[in-house]
Design a protein around this ligand. Structure first.
Ligand code: 13P
Length: 254
């Protein structure tokens, strides 16, 4: 059985002290349970203090991005091994904000996915369509390309540590959520693609998260879908109360 995973993507919010305080509140409520995987992804500058905040509980740490190279002349970038030194376990890759605002391509994201596995980081690979693509009936073809190209060279063994996040771009930060049925349809298709790539056993073990205006009010219905294994949460991860409620919603279904 797949565990639920609730991950908070703080994006460019929270300085180190604010992050420590948020993690302390989350830990108090859901830091000791192990039924649901709980991950927080602060900005780089908050990772060191956050790694201390999670050292005596079950919360795990994720980064929001990284560079595929091991080291070198890449001003402003951070390597996988640097994240590992801060006890980071997960890394969000290919977020739509990286794709749109920073021009990241599937090929570049693929380099990062491979570098993450080489460094024992679990990639959370984000895929999803824009509103124009959905209206042109291209959702499945867009997601298929993002998965096939983003996962080139990944083995079935690697796939045990792979997480996928389906984030329809039009639902991110807009208050518009995909209906549970719309999300399930894409999640099911994603699992079929993962089955083609890695075989049924591996694909059935991969957590596929939903992201896009997920909040306590809509989480129960989304998490009740067969192929929705958790959430990648933006806005609602910035307040302890809403994030804890999302984790509790997943616990109640575990
Ligand atoms: P919101 O939950 O704010 O819509 O953001 C979703 C997201 O982009 C998570 O990575």
């Amino acid at each position: 059985m797949r565990k639920y995973l609730i991950a908070g993507n703080w994006k460019m919010n929270k300085d180190a002290a604010e992050g420590e305080s948020l993690i302390a509140d989350i830990a108090l409520a859901v830091g000791k349970q192990t039924d649901v995987d709980v991950v927080v992804c602060p900005p780089y500058t908050g990772l060191e203090s956050a790694s201390k905040s999670v050292s005596d509980n079950e919360i795990e740490l994720g980064a929001q991005n990284m560079h595929p190279a091991a080291a070198g002349a890449y001003t402003g970038e951070v390597a996988a091994s640097m994240l590992r030194h801060l006890h980071v376990s997960y890394v969000i890759l290919g977020h739509s904000e990286r794709r749109t605002l920073f021009g990241e391509t599937d090929a570049f994201i693929n380099e990062k996915v491979l570098a993450a596995f080489e460094n024992n980081l679990k990639p959370i690979l984000c895929v999803g369509e824009t509103i124009e693509e959905r209206e042109a009936d291209k959702t499945i073809s867009v997601v298929t390309t993002q998965l096939n190209d983003g996962l080139k060279g990944v083995t079935a063994e690697n796939a045990e540590n792979l997480v996928i996040a389906y984030e329809p771009v039009w639902a991110i930060g807009t208050g518009k959520t995909a209906t549970p049925e719309m999300a399930q349809e894409v999640h099911q298709k994603i699992r079929e693609i993962l089955t083609d790539l890695f075989g049924a056993d591996a694909a059935n073990g991969i957590q596929i998260l939903y992201g896009g205006s997920m909040k306590p009010e809509n989480a129960d219905d989304l998490l009740a879908q067969a192929d929705i294994d958790g959430g990648l949460i933006g806005g609602a991860s910035l307040k302890a109360q809403s994030f804890i409620q999302l984790v509790e919603s997943a616990i109640s279904k575990s």
